[in-house]
Write a new protein. Structure first.
Ligand code: PAF
Length: 283
């Protein structure tokens, strides 16, 4: 497994693999890896011959009052985890390598997909994500890129960007990995106190309840959204950012379930903002 810190270095490694006829799989991450990331890497390992993981805490997707400086970082541990898969190369560039000088180009994102859900309380976040992912795609030139479905809005934005801008790769969403008690894995879970972590279980409970009600025939998404909100609001440590049921593709609010919808939420426990979601579908 190679640790590569320069754009030229990773280009050379990927070019050599491609010349050898290998299919390139790519898992972009911000590091502090957990089982969710390992699952993405394992999926990439199964499907591809040369797997690249990027570890880069991208400053352009953090707002001024967000946790860029305190975002957890541990390269030694991340390398061990990558080695356990194993992957072929870790791309770990510096901020100066990725953003030399002042850039004046940012990726365009579909506003319809970014004004609601996390986009409403994180202005500029998805522009930052789309920009760094475009740069990473241009650097690594993968055949398939793997993303966790836990970041459902990110997946929707990237799928749409790849389609609209004719990027020559496949985007592969991978199901959310959960702790045995239901908490979705996240690098931010380490910020939670034991009480907050216990309280945060209400998130997966509310999603399960939504899926159960749909299975029992519920199609009124306004009523279901309110039931989810009420369940979460009853948890004293939970501070709701949003609880929404939206159309799966357009991410626009939906009042009746027809086809596929996304139940998505963002809730703060103390200073820690957690997100989670599930797909609701009929038929
Ligand atoms: O999901 C993440 O960790 C990040 O948003 C990504 C895709 C690596 C871009 O920085």
């Amino acid at each position: 497994m190679q640790l590569i810190e320069t754009i030229q270095g990773i280009r050379d490694a990927v070019d050599a693999a491609r010349k050898a006829g290998k299919k390139i799989g790519f898992v972009p991450t911000m590091g502090y890896l957990h089982q969710g990331h390992l699952t993405l890497m394992q999926e990439a390992r199964k499907e591809c011959d040369f797997v690249v993981v990027s570890i880069f805490v991208n400053p352009t997707q953090f707002g001024p009052n967000e946790d860029f400086d305190r975002y957890p970082r541990d390269l030694a541990r991340d390398m061990e985890l990558c080695g356990s898969v194993p992957v072929d190369a870790i791309f770990h560039p510096s901020v100066a390598e990725m953003y030399p000088g002042t850039a004046s180009t940012t990726s365009v994102v579909v506003s319809q997909l970014t004004t609601g859900l996390c986009g409403a309380s994180r202005p500029g976040h998805f522009e930052g994500v789309a920009t760094v992912v475009t740069k990473l795609f241009n650097i690594v030139k993968p055949d398939v890129a793997f993303f966790g479905q836990k970041d459902a809005q990110q997946v929707a934005v990237i799928r749409r960007m790849v389609l609209d801008l004719n990027m020559d790769l496949e985007v592969r969403p991978v199901s959310t990995v959960r702790e045995p008690d239901g908490l979705a894995l996240s690098s931010r879970n380490i910020y939670l106190t034991p009480e907050q972590r216990q309280g945060a279980l209400v998130l997966s409970r509310s999603l399960r309840m939504a899926q159960e009600r749909v299975a029992a025939g519920e199609r009124d998404m306004t009523a279901l959204q309110e039931a989810m909100r009420a369940m979460i609001a009853a948890e004293p440590l939970a501070n709701i950012d949003y609880v929404s049921i939206v159309d799966y593709d357009s991410l626009q609010p939906t009042t009746r379930l027809e086809g596929k919808a996304l139940a998505a939420l963002a809730v703060r426990f103390g200073k820690t903002r957690l997100i989670d979601n599930c797909i609701l579908s009929v038929g």
